[in-house]
Ligand binder design. Sequence first.
Ligand code: IVH
Length: 663
Amino acid sequence: MLKEHIESLRRELERHNHSYYVLNAPTISDFEFDRLFKELEQLERENPQFFDANSPTQRIGSDINQSFVQVAHRYPMISLSNTYSQAEVEDFYGRLQRLLNQDFELVCELKYDGAAISLVYKNGQLSRAITRGDGEKGDDVTVNVKTIGSIPLRLRGNDFPADFEIRGEILMPWPVFDELNKERSRQQEPLFANPRNAASGTLKLQNSSIVSSRKLDAYLYYMLGEDLPADTHFGNLQKAKEWGFKISDAMRVCHNLQEVFDFITYWDTARKDLPVATDGIVIKVNSIAQQNYSGLTAKSPRWAIAYKFQAEKALTRLNSVSYQVGRTGAVTPVANLEPVLLSGTTVKRASLHNADIIENLDLHIGDMVFVEKGGEIIPKITGVDTDARLMIGEKVQFIKKCPECGSALIRYQGEAAHYCPNENHCPPQIKGKIEHFAGRRAMNIEGLGEETVNLLYDNNLLHNIADIYELTIQDLARQERLGNKSARNIKTFVENSKSAPYQRVLFALGIRFVGETTAKKLALAFPSIEQLEQATAEQLITVDEVGERIAKSVVSYFADEQNIAMLNRLKGYGLQFSLSPENLQATATALAGKTIVISGVFAKHSRDAYKQMIEQNGGKLSGSISAKTSFVLAGENMGPEKLKKAQSLNIQLVKEDDFLKMI
Ligand code: IVH
């Protein structure tokens, strides 16, 4: 009875997931979905005997660091040969005519630009998700893939083969990508250049709950196996759609070359309105028998080809180069161009990235340059038309001084960027530090965003982060666009921030290279700011994930008297500069509620030492793997039986180093 109830809740939630993520047509409110989800979660918690690794509750991921196991592909993941011209598509067609010597159909599809994935389904259940890797073997990323709403964990219907593989592309939709990069920029983390990198980077994250928050999507486009449902590629994909997979509607069965070209022409434009990145068209022989007959070459199948869209290019004149100083002090060269139309927008500026790129292009003012908008967001200069150089202009030389404050720029060893070192007096850096300090993951002072910070800075009310605590409601309310209500709100957030824990404050200070994770680790190793201040570079380096670069940056931060003066002011306002007892306690309960099995031999500590660590951190030891096992602490040469058991139950294997990081 209870079992049936749990099962029916699972089915219901699966149906809603399918409507929402695959059909884009929600059938229930978020509120109601959450209610059902919580009910299922509770029932599963109370009745662990009914655990199911593919229950909708297993999609939310977990905070445990996983390490990826390499798995061989059942069928190698070979790639397609690329063409860039319609003439080459004609050649492809001619080759097939000669080879097959009979009528054939072609299927045209979009070429999605993400991270390739292979999914294996056994008895209608997702059993494994593997990245392409080197084509022969890839990483088992099942735990992460399960968090993707449009990938079914259990299939609908009952006419699927007992064992088959389906391949497709994991994608990060443009709006998600834009939002992620915005957030990364707020957190001073490096940006992803395009959604493809963002999708594959996300798939490889060790923490699946972060993957879950990144809202990936997936289209499937190729089914493989022994007893496939149809004798055509198109037929197989239509079946896959019935089973709950997301199959693109942008697909056409073509009977001649003209139809193929029509598809290409149509989608070359229409693709720009899609929410995900595409970089071409894939053309495949429809009949599976004809596919098998045409076979493979060394690198790719003879029955398919990828036609890649031309990255749109334009030729225009380089008028000048200007330099922008970012919030971190990084200086970016920007090309000012004679306005030119490219992919529907007028381009006036393009990024030149860094000094090396300028040097390699041998750029001169007045040059005619090629501008391209590839999969990247910002157009870039890809070349110079040297034949069009009538008179050679001045060679572009990277500036030596900061355009904002005049300080001599520096370039850290091994880094491409130039930096302005004047962190405390260079205007964009001051504003950047204040914004970062107020950020959601830092002190969470709502209302103190870019615009307001600019306003307060320009009106001489903010010179550094300590000034935030001197702002009065009157000061704030006097600003244009702010008003009494927002002023009071900001002030409340400012007051609340005084209780933000030490590790957040440490991150908020914006010490160069000290991100959120590093701040946490430093706070644990040096539980008060005085201890951190006294630490030498050698001592700092002993902290996990802290290398020479970070250590040097911390030391130089505390060597600066102005920073010390500012910290003293912040202490005076009552901010938290030491780890609270709850925080210390929390570190000792890192494994609370977890049941852990140890297997294999370890390099860094003895098995007994690990047992002790598990217990000291609130975890429970268990001798055998079961559905209740939270994870296996896996050393080298783990027993084959245990390995099999863990894999069949989809239990994570945590390696020694990752385990140490966890605690
Ligand atoms: S079919 C043997 N169809 O492009 C044929 N691939 O080099 C297997 N891709 O690795 C691939 N959209 O990652 C196919 N509609 C589509 C595709 C597609 C994107 C990717 C895939 C593949 C690469 C081809």
